[in-house]
Design a protein around this ligand. Structure first.
Ligand code: ASP
Ligand code: SER
Ligand code: ZN
Length: 357
């Protein structure tokens, strides 16, 4: 708890700035009545069920409207990308770093599209079935940029699983939970204009200019900075439930208190204890820890910087892609192969030179 508080206090100013900016933009769209000055923002305006990432309202947040096209979706559609090809595109990135091709069993046993004959939970996830190489993902992949990023994310788990397959069973795991979540996201940070161009996915009308760059960084902020308070508060709520500090008759009230306090968002209609809003977040009924995402959203930038240095990249970090870089690949693979056999501080130090997140 102390560690997440320490990290939150460092990144909070970034969030506060972004939140203020977003409220201003939402206010011009919907008016002062609905989005008043200095008050929490109605959560449903952010284009995401949990207001956890704001990329779906990028068109509202865009600082320089129309100067560049950042949307990969149209390109994917035009080129007829389906679920399999999007997964292969992710695989190719990992292969370019020296990781192996995915085993046949992955392709036979994964669920990449929504089945027509039954109800399934479509929320994307990665599964290590036996610790011996039977790895699978479950995702209902649609031809969108968001799903493209997510499949790269899921393969991060799969390649971690495959990398530590020779470790004793107890050492098969992420150095800490945040590492596991950060692998694929680190790759996501390398999906730059340069990378997209080299795989033929550069959106038509993408420009390079100072304004285009600010736009792109706003888009990254809408995913990465917007997420931080939500990443923190889910387990803050859950730890409160487990310790008894949040009693059953306050489950929903405490949830919205945290949402207000950290995210600065509010329910637009009255909630009561007859509602159980935390239950609408996959990871809560699914019993997936959540602090891992908060930690990952800090760590992935440390990984990205270290790997770019390993690749000998000297330009601005937002232009760096480690795609196809042998040395970055070697360093990354080395860390993944260790699993949880070393303290995470050692793993972090070996890759980044620091023991602190
Ligand atoms: N597995 C991802 C998340 O870690 C799914 C997603 O981003 O859709 O929960
Ligand atoms: N995949 C995680 C979630 O959707 C973090 O983005 O909650
Ligand atoms: Zn994940």
């Amino acid at each position: 708890e102390a560690e997440t508080d320490r990290l939150w206090s460092q990144v909070k100013p970034l969030y506060d700035g972004l939140h203020c900016y977003a409220r201003g933009k939402l206010q011009s769209e919907y008016g002062k009545e609905l989005v008043p000055d200095g008050k929490p923002v109605p959560a449903h305006l952010f284009g995401n069920m949990w207001a956890q990432q704001w990329n779906n309202i990028y068109d509202l947040l865009e600082p320089y409207s129309g100067v560049s096209n950042l949307d990969v979706t149209a390109e994917l559609k035009k080129q007829g990308y389906d679920a399999k090809r999007m997964t292969e595109s992710a695989e190719l990135f990992y292969v370019s770093l020296g990781f192996p091709e995915l085993p046949d069993s992955f392709w036979e046993r994964s669920m990449l599209t929504r089945p027509r004959d039954r109800e399934v939970d479509c929320y994307a996830s990665a599964w290590n079935i036996d610790g011996k190489g039977d790895v699978r993902i479950k995702q209902c992949i649609q031809t969108t940029e968001e799903d493209l990023y997510t499949v790269y994310h899921e393969l991060g788990h799969i390649y971690y699983n495959l990398s530590y397959v020779d470790q004793p069973y107890l050492f098969q795991g992420g150095a800490h939970d945040g590492f596991h979540e950060a692998i694929g996201d680190t790759i996501n940070l390398s999906m730059t204009e340069g990378y997209l161009a080299s795989v033929g996915l550069l959106p038509k009308g993408m420009k390079s200019s100072r304004e285009a760059l600010i736009n792109r960084q706003m888009k990254v902020a809408s995913e990465k900075i917007a997420f931080l308070p939500f990443g923190k508060l889910v387990d803050q709520w859950r730890w409160g439930v487990f310790s008894g500090a949040i009693p059953p008759e306050k489950y929903n009230e405490a949830w919205w208190e945290l949402r207000r306090k950290y995210q600065g968002v509010e329910a637009q209609i009255a909630r009561s204890e007859a509602d159980f809003d935390p239950g609408a977040k996959y990871h809560v009924p699914g019993n997936t820890p959540y602090t891992r995402y908060f930690l990952s959203f800090v760590l992935q930038f440390q990984f990205h910087r270290a790997l770019c240095e390993a690749a000998g990249f000297t330009g601005p970090l937002h232009e760096c892609s480690i795609y196809g870089n042998e040395e970055a690949g070697r360093r990354f693979r080395e860390m993944l192969a260790q699993g949880v056999s070393q303290p995470w501080q050692d793993a972090l130090e070996k890759l980044t030179g620091t023991r602190q997140m």
